[in-house]
Write a protein that binds this ligand. Structure first.
Ligand code: FES
Ligand SMILES: [Fe+2]
Length: 334
């Protein structure tokens, strides 16, 4: 196995933000390793819940995520040192019984929570709560995780794409839009301290979505919101019957130009339709987006609005770029 050299990225905002790093249902007995802003992080599950620590044994630098869990402690695979859920080493097998464990034998602990079907980690001090997704627990909705999708691009480019309407008729032609219906209505971006959003955007779709009772195309009404630098959500509703699909999309910044996208899709209709259909649809749509996003230059999202040609139909993306600048985000932008 070759492990690429990693560079730890510093960002005053993203370091102190929560990132969805793993699908909760996939974190079982075996610890796993993830990368957040170039930092290797080990995740494991104990009887007390989920835990995250630096994926580095203080003894000889082995990766703790390659170890195992025993008595709720994470065991290093090299010499078997055991770390409890506070990060303290509680057992050094080679040391004579009864001797004191050096206090420096500690792993660096990170904030870790399980919510909305994901494991969330903050490698700094969280400055905001987790991006909420009420449609996850609402019994009228049925949540379904899609992805994760690896993208060779900046996470900011992915969020900007998620908020964009004018590409639906081209990148997702015949799925989410049609070039004959490319004109967008006038819309207003609403900016609040912790989010920017737009609502009541009608988009004609040539084919109805899976599980719809329509056989033909229909006009869906969208609402889109960015509520953390790398987390956004949208709803897409058919006003004629109330069928609504919510999508939460949250991006894990692995490196400046590399990210992993987690998505939770929640619908209030077609519970009888196989989830695999919805997953397949998201896979196709996301792949169409990624193919374009991975070609964009500059790779990092330009916050100087003179760098790319911003049109008034790009109001939402302009608001997003301004917000990133205001917050002081450094990674994934230029
Ligand atoms: S490197 Fe982890 S126990 Fe020695
Ligand atoms: Fe798209």
């Amino acid at each position: 196995m070759i492990v690429m050299a990693l560079q730890r990225l510093h960002d005053p905002v993203l370091e102190n933000d929560w990132h969805a790093v793993y699908l909760a249902s996939e974190l079982k007995e075996q610890p796993v390793g993830v990368i957040i802003l170039g930092e290797r992080v080990a995740l494991y599950r104990s009887s007390k819940g989920v835990h995250a620590m630096q994926d580095l044994c203080v003894h000889r630098g082995a990766m703790l995520s390659k170890g195992w869990v025993q008595n709720d402690a994470l065991v290093c695979p090299y010499h078997g040192w055991q770390y409890d859920s506070s990060g303290q080493c509680v057992c050094i097998p080679a040391q004579p019984k009864g001797e004191k464990i050096p206090p420096r034998a500690k792993a660096q602990l990170f904030h870790c929570e399980e919510k909305y079907g994901f494991i969330w980690v903050c490698i700094g001090e969280p400055t905001a709560p987790l991006p909420h997704f009420d449609e996850f627990a609402n019994p009228e909705f049925r949540p379904l995780p899609c992805g994760p999708y690896k993208v060779a691009a900046a996470g900011t480019r992915v969020i900007e794409n998620f908020t964009d309407f004018a590409h639906l008729m081209f990148v997702h032609q015949n799925l989410l839009g049609h070039p004959d219906y490319a004109e967008l209505p006038d819309f207003e971006v609403i900016k609040e301290k912790e989010r920017i959003y737009i609502e009541h955007i009608p988009i004609f779709q040539p084919v109805a979505h899976s599980g719809s009772d329509k056989s033909e195309g229909t006009t869906y009404v969208y609402r889109k919101e960015v509520y953390r630098p790398l987390s956004a959500r949208l709803s897409k509703a058919d006003p004629s019957n109330g069928q609504t699909l919510w999508i939460m999309l949250t991006v894990l910044p692995v490196a400046a130009e590399e990210c992993i996208v987690h998505m939770m899709v929640s619908r209030n209709y077609a519970f009888d339709v196989d989830d695999a259909n919805f997953i397949r649809f998201q896979d196709i749509v996301f792949d169409q987006d990624a193919k374009v996003i991975e070609t964009q230059k500059p790779e990092l999202l330009p916050l100087d609005l003179q760098v790319e040609l911003n049109h008034k139909v790009d109001r939402f993306s302009i608001a997003y770029r301004r917000w990133l600048r205001e917050l002081g985000v450094k990674v994934g932008v230029v």
